[in-house]
Design a protein around this ligand. Structure first.
Ligand code: NI
Length: 165
């Protein structure tokens, strides 16, 4: 749990580095990959997780510049580059607008009263959720997957090991 703003920023930056590694692995050819024919594409999911960050933070009182066009999926390069900018701005804006009292203050969110700490944790969970979806689609598209919370298949291979079942 986050007690101070700094706690959150440390966690945010750690997760952002993992997300960046995944997004840096995207290619334009892979962005059309879908789970099923009516499903969202990899590009749509990746862009959604990026574009949502400034919307979410601004909604909950941490003003953050939005992305160029949340509805139009850009190139793989632009998705990754925009995430880099948005993630850095998010940390900066939190540092500027929040005090150490902010995480325990409450506000209305999703039809209930939540602490700012819970609200921020919700944003990280949202990113992690879609990042997980993205890695599956990247695998289906034949892309290598970077290590996230542990080695990917490629990571195990570098150690000369097969992944545990
Ligand atoms: Ni979502």
């Amino acid at each position: 749990m986050y007690v101070t703003v700094e706690d959150f920023i440390v966690e945010w930056n750690k997760e952002a580095a993992l997300t960046q590694r995944v997004l840096d692995g995207l290619t334009d050819e892979a962005l059309g990959q879908q789970v099923y024919s009516e499903g969202r594409t990899l590009g749509r999911i990746a862009w959604h997780l990026v574009a949502n960050i400034p919307e979410y933070l601004t909604e909950f009182g941490v003003p953050t510049a939005g992305v160029r066009d949340p509805d139009e999926v850009p190139s793989a390069r632009e998705i990754a580059d925009t995430f880099r900018t948005v993630a850095a701005e998010a940390a900066e804006s939190l540092g500027k607008h929040w005090t150490d009292d902010s995480p325990k203050q409450t506000q209305q969110a999703f039809g209930r009263t939540e602490t700012n700490a819970m609200i921020l944790m919700g944003l990280i969970k949202h990113i992690v959720h879609h990042r997980g979806q993205a890695t599956v689609l990247m695998r289906q598209a034949g892309l290598p997957i970077p290590a996230v919370y542990g080695p990917s298949k490629e990571g195990w291979a570098q150690f000369g090991r097969t992944p545990p079942l």
